[in-house]
Design a protein around this ligand. Sequence first.
Ligand code: GDP
Ligand code: MG
Length: 190
Amino acid sequence: MSKSELETISIIMVGDTSVGKSTLMKKFISGQFSDSLAPTLGIELYKKEVTIDEKQYLYRIWDTCGQERFRSLSKTYFRNSDGIMLLFDLNSTNSFDNLSSWFVSIKDSGAEDIPLILVGTKCDLEANVSEETISNFVNENKNIQKYFKCSAKDNIGIDEPFFELGKLIVKLIFPIRERTNSKIKIKKSK
Ligand code: GDP
Ligand code: MG
């Protein structure tokens, strides 16, 4: 089956600058860890074929730049995404504190109903955000479907967040997409 025939799963990666979005995404795509990636400018698209429950999908992963001036750009991409991966750096309390403003952006762009998972990065470093603070935040926030910890550097928890988000999308978003497509078909045949 060619890439264009595969069903696509579009994921957007967001979170403050330097939490490790590009590094995690590249580790997932190519298995490589690089500590000298050029900063992401605006938004970049990466693709990978992934098998979920014996079916192949094409992942389209949008890697965004976390800087404030690109927030409005991210908004349009939220709307075209099937799922959101929101990241913070376990080593940086600031990146954790800023999660609430990311939720405001997500809500403002009307994307609060799409599956979202939270990822704490760089678990190889000393954690400055406690497990208790994180679990309270996750429990109180109904928009977070799951939480994962990872380290691109030490190769811990790389695939899980991508697979789990993919599974949530197949379960929650695809049935809606099929219904919408069949509605369009009905209209066309009239
Ligand atoms: P982005 O701005 O969110 O895309 O962040 P980058 O992927 O560019 O990473 C920012 C910095 O964090 C870089 O210096 C990375 O090498 C470093 N980094 C990324 N992932 C890890 C990790 O798992 N462990 C450690 N120790 N550093 C990491
Ligand atoms: Mg980046």
